[in-house]
Design a protein around this ligand. Structure first.
Ligand SMILES: Cc1ncc(COP(=O)(O)O)c(C=O)c1O
Length: 403
């Protein structure tokens, strides 16, 4: 009789799953469970600013009003009035005409990234990324086994020469970008770069995947128009309630032309049928009863104060060899050690003294960025920011001694 041996589990895993880089940030978040640890690592919004009472009241009201209906299965596309609300905000903010049918509600914009990978990518397809780029997007796309091509970032957006060069040599499926207060670099595209990129997208018939979780956390309150308003159907725009209301609700959205939405809906049905119906109804109730603009002004005011505080602590305590961005929005400051130094080695030192941040090479797909690091300022109060940056400064003095 033939004996069938069971294969080692390792051999059963798919090629795709083995391609997903493990998130150093998620790993580091485990370290931050230590209450004494000062964390500048995660991209977490400030929980003190979550509208807890308002969400509680909205939940009670909607459950009282609708009863079991809202605990039922629901449409894959998402709650229609919520999609109408999102469309009307684009109209109000940018005069951008979008119909609710061009919007799909997702389980955070993270799910949108995965669905885009599912809908567009075959193994070996090329994807253009900013260098550095958002780790969660690198993870999502990696499962579908594309080849990543990267475009270096300048202070006002991607290097256009490199973008054009890459487009002339390759035929990427899409360009994934984060034009406002990029995660991780904090960079925002200038008006002229927005215009040039839009022209390039149209000329090359390129598909643009524009991820915009931070555009509304602009300290000045100014609206930064999405590239989608210039590239029309060549653009897929992602939004989320994570940074502007609360990430635990897990609600984001995709804006795209209807034929793309249809495919994304198909992919979403295969993934999770629909996003959490209770969350959608609660947030809609909350938005009906409150002016989101008031809440956003509160966020902007507080995040600007936290950012300013971190920048002045950096000025005070970091050695002058460290360069860093001075963002006007979002949640991150991006720093650079002199060439040849490793931010991972630095993190190993700071963790010993209970301060943690993210070494920047996590955000590069080509092994670069060893001397870069990301600091989050939104989830730490002023006194803790001062304390943590002071500790980092003292470690940096030792670390760079003799340089
Ligand atoms: C650039 C970017 N895209 C997408 C996400 C995912 O956000 P969520 O799934 O919470 O909407 C994040 C979260 O940090 C992000 O920084």
């Amino acid at each position: 009789m033939e004996i069938i041996t069971k294969p080692e589990t390792e051999t059963l895993f798919s090629n795709g799953i083995n391609r997903i880089p493990v998130s150093f940030i998620r790993e580091i978040l485990k370290v931050t469970a230590d209450p004494e640890m000062i964390s500048f690592a995660g991209g977490l919004p400030n929980p003190a600013l979550f509208p807890v009472e308002e969400i509680k009241n909205a939940t009670i009201e909607i459950l009282q009003k609708e009863g079991g209906n809202i605990l039922q299965y629901a449409e894959t596309e998402g709650f229609y009035p919520l999609r109408e609300y999102i469309a009307s905000r684009y109209q109000k903010r940018f005069n951008l005409e979008i119909s609710p049918e061009e919007i799909l509600i997702t389980n955070g914009s993270q799910q949108a990234l995965d669905l885009i990978g599912k809908v567009f990518l075959n193994p070996g397809d090329r994807v253009l990324l900013e260098k550095p780029s958002y780790l969660g997007a690198i993870q999502s796309f990696s499962f579908y086994q594309p080849e990543f091509l990267t475009i270096p970032m300048e202070n006002d957006g991607p290097d256009m020469e490199k973008l054009n060069e890459s487009l002339s040599l390759n035929c990427p499926k899409f360009f994934y970008c984060i034009p406002n207060f990029q995660n991780p670099s904090g960079i925002t595209y200038s008006d002229s770069k927005r215009k040039r990129i839009s022209e390039t997208v149209i000329k090359n018939n390129l598909l643009l995947v524009e991820d915009d979780p931070y555009g509304e956390i602009n300290f000045s309150g100014e609206n930064l128009p999405p590239l989608k308003s210039q590239v029309g159907n060549r653009g897929i725009l992602l939004g989320t309630f994570s940074k502007i209301v609360a990430p635990g609700l897990r609600l984001g959205w995709v804006v795209a032309e209807k034929s793309i939405i249809r495919q994304l809906v198909r992919a979403k049905q295969a993934s999770d049928l629909h996003s959490n119906n209770l969350s959608q109804r609660v947030i809609y109730q909350y938005l009906l009863q409150h002016d989101l603009e008031d809440h956003l002004n509160k966020l902007r005011f507080n995040y600007e104060a936290q950012c300013t505080w971190m920048l002045s602590a950096i000025k005070k305590y970091f050695p002058k060899q460290i360069s860093y961005t001075e963002p006007k929005g979002g949640m991150f400051i991006w720093g650079k050690l002199p060439k040849g130094y490793s931010a991972m080695d630095l993190a190993n030192e700071t963790i010993k003294e209970k301060v943690v941040f993210v070494p920047g090479n996590t955000f590069f797909v080509d092994g670069d960025g060893e001397n870069t690091f990301r600091l989050n300022f939104s989830n730490t109060d002023k006194a803790t920011i001062e304390k943590g940056i002071k500790i980092m400064g003292a470690i940096l003095d030792r670390f760079l001694e003799g340089d």
